[in-house]
Design a protein around this ligand. Structure first.
Ligand SMILES: [Zn+2]
Length: 333
């Protein structure tokens, strides 16, 4: 087993199964999102290629002309909007699932320890559903360079439109026929720019620098980063609502070939242990796009916390901190 998983287990202590479960949900999500987003691009390219083939069918063997490009503009605009809409729906689901995975760890701990101490968990689900909802909202409200996530998703649609439009325009310029252009578009979106150099050397020479190597790369990167951020948002928000929360540990991912900001974040020491941040002082997560570092809450040991809960249950004044949490947070829901 990898070093980071060992570190995750030792940080979680008795709660290691739930920590692994949360990590697994998150990793499963990360693994399925790349092919899901790629397929949105592939389907868009297929529809555009289909339209080009239909044009060719009316005048077989004809070269693409300017009027064809003009006729395609409307469709490209529609496809850009469709892609952005579908991508947004996917992101909605990714954020939802990632937040839940993050919240889930603290939820499992609290529910089980409260039950063990004989305290009703009636408010627990409502409290954590609220945390969930707010964390999801926070993800959509975050901005980067002044842009909301929804704006950056919309940009991906525009990138698709711009690139495919460029390719069709270039096909018109060199007099390439519609059927060949349709095939080229499909291959490009599925396999990337590199595969086109031998078959379409003239075209690649002229516009190689203008078209991205992989048309879905930016969207994939955006999805990975925001899904990881959502997992962190849920993890931190739920931990902060928990009276057993002691700090947040940053575990460095082993897939860091070079030293970067994450090495510093994982080496942080404010007296709570290596890489552990005090509640309220959690670092921005992820450290960078494609970051696979782990953020895991450090909670009080189960026996110790259950003992505390039981003592407080029989005498609320014995633990003012728990009493305050119970009245101000738990009961407020
Ligand atoms: Zn990292």
């Amino acid at each position: 087993m990898s070093r980071e998983i060992d570190e995750l287990k030792s940080t979680a202590g008795d709660y290691w199964r739930w920590a692994l479960e949360a990590r697994k949900l998150y990793i499963d999500l990360r693994l399925r999102q790349d092919p899901e987003i790629r397929s949105l691009y592939i389907r868009a390219a297929d529809r555009i290629a289909e339209e080009l083939r239909e044009m060719a069918a009316s005048t077989p063997g004809a070269m693409l002309r300017k009027r064809h490009l003009e006729a395609m503009e409307k469709l490209l605009r529609q496809e850009a909007e469709k892609l952005a809409g579908q991508f947004k729906n996917q992101m909605d689901e990714y954020i939802q699932t990632a937040v839940e995975a993050g919240v889930g760890y603290t939820k499992s701990i609290l529910s089980s320890l409260f039950e063990e101490a004989g305290i009703s968990t009636g408010h627990m689900n409502a409290m954590l559903a609220g945390v969930n909802r707010q964390a999801v909202e926070a993800c959509w409200a975050r901005t980067k360079k002044g842009l909301f996530l929804s704006d950056r998703i919309w940009e991906q649609g525009e990138n698709l439109r711009g690139t495919i439009r460029d390719i069709i325009q270039e096909s018109v310029a060199i007099g390439q026929d519609a059927v060949k252009t349709a095939r080229m578009l499909e291959r490009y979106v599925k396999q990337g720019k590199k595969t086109l150099a031998s078959e379409y050397p003239k075209m690649m020479e002229r516009m190689g620098g203008r078209i991205p190597g992989d048309i879905s790369y930016e969207a994939l990167r955006l999805a990975r980063t925001e899904t990881t951020a959502a997992f962190g948002e849920g993890t931190i928000a739920a931990a902060r609502m928990s009276p057993s929360y002691k700090g947040m540990k940053w575990i460095l991912s082993k897939s860091h070939p070079i030293t970067d900001i994450c090495d510093d974040l994982a080496a942080h020491d404010e007296g709570l242990g290596k890489g552990v941040y005090a509640p309220g002082n959690e670092p921005p997560y992820p450290g960078h796009p494609n970051c696979l570092c782990i953020l895991v809450p450090v909670h009080e040991e189960p026996e110790q916390f259950v003992k505390r809960l039981k003592k407080w249950r029989s005498d609320p004044s014995s633990d003012p901190e728990l009493e305050k949490w119970y009245n101000d947070i738990y009961k407020k829901i």
